[in-house]
Design a protein around this ligand. Structure first.
Ligand SMILES: *Cc1c(COP(=O)(O)O)cnc(C)c1O
Length: 294
């Protein structure tokens, strides 16, 4: 499967290139040219499989040509090794518990999958993973790449602006994880990383990747748990369709829910719920990109 640059649809790259580059040179994201589709008969067949076999079937079309079936099956087993639980609030309302990973956030799925895929594709070349964080992303990236051979992680975070618990998730690891408290905001940390990944001198010395960009791996891993919610609830649903309400910030997770819908899941609608962190929803309604000052 090929992946196109959202800023320039004529630029198409392989899965390997999309993952190892993270973002296109012009800042665009890489998105699959077409999505695999699962008919209701296919879904019935998927229901017979184990979770790992299902994730393999759902995701293999994306990586075909770049990763062998055997290796991909190992990556799936190493990635999805924490629980995806559906809990009942009442007969019609359920919560999808995605916080059973090492940092208690759904980011663990995407980060772990990205780490295992990159580790498979990077040919033992030392790679530095840069991440700016206000908490969740840095913690998930640090835990996912912790002690992974050929990787070092550099986490930048705004001093005194990350909760104590979250800070512990990445500042206490050591080994291949280095952390820097920056006198400034999250945006200042992000700006430093953007500067590094665009600095030709730095790039001559080391291979960099950012755990902040919406790497296609993150979306792929997140598609899986929406499928899993469906398979857990399949018998209760009968002819009804699912409605997913997704707490949203950058809208990555809600994008994964929409991709799962396009791939054939019986979903009636997807709701992107935001709180005061509403930059994307204001952008969608006004067409103006105006992040709030922190
Ligand atoms: C990251 C995160 C979000 C926002 O997800 P996006 O993919 O950026 O929309 C919402 N809730 C929690 C708990 C998170 O960790």
């Amino acid at each position: 499967m090929l992946f196109y640059n959202t800023q320039n649809k004529l630029e198409k790259v392989t899965f390997k290139s999309a993952v190892t580059n993270g973002l296109a040179k012009d800042g665009g994201l890489f998105f699959p040219e077409n999505l695999p589709y699962f008919s209701s008969q296919d879904l019935m067949k998927l229901a017979e499989l184990t979770s790992h076999e299902r994730f393999f079937s759902i995701l293999y079309p994306f990586v075909q040509g770049c990763i062998s079936e055997k290796d991909f099956s190992t990556i799936i087993e190493q990635t999805f090794n924490f629980e995806i639980k559906v809990c009942s609030i009442d007969q019609n309302i359920k919560t999808l518990e995605l916080f059973h990973g090492p940092t208690l956030a759904f980011k663990d799925f995407g980060a772990k999958f990205l780490a295992n895929v990159l580790s498979h594709l990077n040919n033992n070349e030392l790679t530095t993973i840069l991440t700016a964080t206000s908490g969740d992303t840095g913690a998930a990236a640090a835990q996912a790449f912790f002690n992974l051979e050929d990787f070092e992680v550099v986490v930048l975070y705004p001093k005194n602006k990350v909760s104590y618990i979250q800070q512990k998730f990445f500042t206490t690891l050591g080994n291949n994880v280095r952390t820097f408290a920056i006198d400034g905001t999250f945006d200042d940390c992000q700006a430093l990383i953007k500067k590094a990944v665009n600095d030709e001198d730095v790039l001559l010395k080391r291979k960099l990747n950012s755990a902040n960009s919406i790497n296609i791996c993150r979306l792929m891993a997140q598609i899986c748990y929406f499928f899993e919610a469906y398979f857990t609830l399949r018998h209760e649903l009968r002819d009804k369709k699912l409605i997913f309400s997704v707490p949203s910030g950058n809208f990555g997770n809600v994008t994964a829910a929409m991709m799962a819908t396009k791939m054939g899941l019986p979903v009636q609608k997807v709701i992107a719920a935001t709180n005061s962190n509403d930059t994307v929803s204001r952008y969608l309604s006004t067409n103006k990109w105006q992040p709030k000052k922190q």
